[in-house]
Write a protein that binds this ligand. Sequence first.
Ligand code: KIV
Length: 287
Amino acid sequence: MRDEPRDKVTAPAVRAAKGGPKLRMITAYDAPSARIADSAGADIILVGDSVANVVLGRDTTLTVTVDDMVHHTRAVSGVRPAALVVGDMPWMSYHVSVEDTVRNAGRLVREGGAEAVKLEGGRKRIPMIEAVLGAEIPVMGHIGLTPQSVHAMGGYRVQGKQVEAARALIADARALDDAGVFSIVLEGVPDVLAELITKEVGAPTIGIGAGPKVDGQVLVFHDLLGLGDGRIPKFVRQYADLGEIAVAAVTRFFEDVQKGDFPAEAETYHMPDEVARALLSDDPGAA
Ligand code: KIV
C-alpha cells in the first residue's frame, strides 16, 4: 500500500476546495477499508450508515444505531487517516430534539473520533444543523435520494425529476449552504439539477448518482470493489471484483487443506529436537 505522508485534510480545507481538483470521497467502515481508502489518496472517508447494507447485510439503513456508528467510526479513525473522517448520523439520531441531535453528533466525535458529521435532509433539518455547528462540529449535508427516507419516498427513486421537486432541492441546497455546511452530498438526482445546485452554492457538492458536473464524487467501498451482493446500481462503476478473487483464494486454501498441502514446513512452528525427543519418549504410544 502507498504510504507517503500527506497533510491532514480538514473540513475548512474541503470547504475551500470548491473550484479546485475534484474531491475524492469513499466510504469505509473498519481499519482495513480505511487504510485502503487513505493509501489511495481519499480526501474524505465517510463512515456511512450504508454499513447496514454492505457490512451488516440488512435491507435498509434504518436499522443502525448511534452505538453502531460510534463502533465503526472508531475503527476508521483509529488508523489515523490523512483523509477527513466524517461520521454518518443514523436515522432517529437527529429527528427528535435539537439537544439529542447535538448529543449524538458529539458521541460520533468524542467516542468515534469523527472530525465532522453528515446528516440527511434540507430545510427541515436546519435547526439541527445550526445546533451541531454551534457545538463546533462541522456538518456535511446530504440531499436528493436520501436512503433514510426510503419509506417516505416510496422506494429508492431518483429525486428532483420534475420542475417543482427540482426547485425544492435547489432551495434545500441553498438553505444548507447558508447554514454553513462544509459540503453537500447530492445523491440520485439528474445531472442538470446537480450542475445547477453546484453553481448555486458555495459549499462543494459531492455526487453519487448525480452526474459529472459536481465538485467531487463518492462511491460505497464494497460497490466499487465488487464486494457486494451482486446488485449494482446504475451509477456505480465497479473497478475490481475482489469478491471473485476472495472466493478463489479461499477455495485454494480449502483444496490445500484437503490435499494435506497446508500447512507446509515453513508455516509450522517447531521445538528443539531434544525437547521433541524427550516429549515423544514420554508418550506411551511413541516408538
Ligand atoms: O451511507 C453512505 O454510504 C452514504 C453515501 C452513499 C453518501 O451516505
